[in-house]
Design a protein around this ligand. Sequence first.
Ligand code: F6R
Length: 608
Amino acid sequence: MCGIVGYTGSQQAAPILLDGLKKLEYRGYDSAGIAILNDGAIKVDKVSGRIANLCELTEEGKKCPGTIGIGHTRWATHGAPTDTNAHPHLSNDGRFAVVHNGIIENYICLREELIGKGYHFDSETDTEVIVHLIEMYYRGDLRRAVIKTSARLSGSYALGVICTDKPDTICVAREASPLILGVGAGENYFASDVTALVANTRNAIYLDDGEFAEITPDGVTVFDPAGQTITKKISRITWDIEAAEKGGYEHFMLKEIIEQPRAVKATITPRIKDGKIVLDEIEWSREYLESINKIVITACGSAYYAGCAAKYTIEKLCRIPVSVELASELRYSDPLIDEHTLLIVLSQSGETADTIAAMKECKSRGARTLAIVNVVGSTIAKLADDTLYTWAGPEIAVATTKGYTTQVCVLYLVAVYIARTLDKLEDADYYHHLSSMLTLPKKVQEALDMNPKIPKMAKKYHATKSMFFIGRNTDYAIALEGALKMKEISYIHAESYAAGELKHGTIALIEEHQPVIALCCNTALMEKTLSNIVEVKARGAEVLAVAFKGNQEILSQADDVIFIPKIDTLFSAVVEIVPMQILAYYVAKENGCDIDKPKNLAKSVTVE
Ligand code: F6R
């Protein structure tokens, strides 16, 4: 996720900005840059890759004289991670430089408008429209130009702007992206994150959405969209640096679990516009979709399970057969794939070696490929014919959480999109599905809020040697991911079974006090799963059930129940997995495991 910093004072700005950017490295980034205002001109240095490259280019900032500047680490969203797309961005007249954290959703129409007015664009970024709008609106008052520009933007932004006419002033603005002012003595700062501030000052002002500020060496002034000054409280930062990086959470995994409503919203909402699904990034004609006779989904680990969960939705809505294949198997299976196969490749990192190999194998047999990836410009994104990004932001914990849920969300969008294009959905069903998908961020938040007792349940179950996860249909697919979460971070042996399969063997393993996690959110099959619960309970199992709020029947059958908000079964995986992630997290915590870096595992598996 992008990070921004700024400084104005009496010291050389560049080394302070570089230090601040290094503190933001943990957020994930693929390019970095700084802009320094000195002697009436702005000099920009920016490079793709690590901050170390920027330090080398600027000789640790020594080559950049000047006491005011802004800096940025970019995590590519719009446009590949290149030098040109890196921030800061300069106006055509060279008078303004901007750094931006967030996404400008209406940048395409703003870009067209600005090009029509004669502005030229250097980068492919959404951000560049901001600096040209500021130049367009500037009439000698930077504050006014920034306010007018902000009024044109939809989406999220934390902005830092410098202007050659104001040699000691930085103007900042915030809407739905964090922005914090650091208050010093004779020098002041801003950053997207307190981590970049604490080495310099512990006095902070947290801007709220819709607020702006002017920062000079002598002080900071905060104002509202009408330009009226507002008085803000100065807070004391008490976090140490490591805690600050995790946003106050004990582990990245917990932070990323909590971030899911935002990640799901960022992935779904911009793709449902004016009552229809808009997948700008792909070009599938109706003729092409009619020519497909099967869809193959391939991936590894949790990404594979994301495919398993969405298979039901795709088949139900599109009536096209879907097979979900482990990439490590598919690559060596002499697969039955041709130009009538749509291959969907799922990968958070976009660099998983087996997934890349399977993709190449299927491409060589004629399949058209759609990649669903989180990291922009990654190998899988580049290899694919079409790419849809999950806007989860960087995932740092090794065990994926928001990576998985956003992959499932994109597959839901694809399912409804294909079904509609092929006329398999009546208007009423189509609109019903769109509104179900739009409620997902809220439902995920409710699933987080409804379960304060999970840490207590973890204390009850953490000492077990093994756990079974059971479910049917969609519940089974979610059980697969639930069991993987449990085993990889808590080191407890956890297996998932299709509930109907128990009596074909596995039930022999059930004995007194064996924990069984029973997923019961597939309404049509609830009664069937309840009979499986009765079977295992009769053999001494302790059952922890996951069910929709309001399900009274489950209370009399299970020992413990986790409730989630009711949601159409077609889209339930994204909500239902959340308490499973939390349970795994707290069980691992009880067991004293290294949650963010489980033993033997790596975040990106770039070897076979
Ligand atoms: C489990 C986990 C892994 C990944 C798998 C694929 O929590 O994170 O199973 O899902 O290694 O990784 P990507 O999605 O980067 O291809």
